[in-house]
Design a binder for this molecule. Sequence first.
Ligand code: FES
Length: 232
Amino acid sequence: MAAMLPGVAAAMACYSEQGQPSLRDALLSLRGGPYDAILVVPLVLPLEPSFLNWITRSLKRWQSEHPGRWPPVRISRDIAQSLHFEPLLGALINGAAAEPAVPPDDHVKLEGSLVPAQKRRVLVCEGGACNAAGAHAIWGHLRNLQESRKLRMTGEGTMTAKATCLGPCNLAPVLQVYPEGTYYGGVTETAVDRIVEEHLLGGSVVHDFAYEPTGRKQRLRPVINSSSSKGE
Ligand code: FES
């Protein structure tokens, strides 16, 4: 429908968290096109300021990891602030009131569960500092890889989970890989690719992004991004 609006040459729906295409994939596929601008319209409620900060920071990172021709990218503000939001909400409420009621089910069966055999677990920090630094994108990218690489069943088997603050907030975004308990900081999508390949499947810690408990405060180290040109 958006593609039919005047002045819109193409429109894509994408996911900011798990799901494909991700926002990053969508932007990378559009950036080489003959467009005057790319407009990002977050259909998210409530739209937290940290979410807009995250999109802005992630966009800058993706632009530097994938240099080349980028049309100007503009991001719309909170849809709840739009003059058209109230009538839209009213129409949705009226639409729901006109739907048939969901009937109760008196015969709901208690289902059993398989206890997973996986030995590895990745915790993705979703504390405040990590969310502001792009943990949503890291989580979504990891979950997409878990699906496409069948990580639950491959190698030693990997489960993923979101966590509250894991501790080293100044190294955000942070994730931790078990059973070793290895901390990774300054994690990007490229870092996740390497952690999956080298650590989860290969069994080797990715030292470019790993941080050991030293008993002293540590800062993020600059990382040479050797795979920035992949897929260009
Ligand atoms: S918020 Fe992620 S480590 Fe503290």
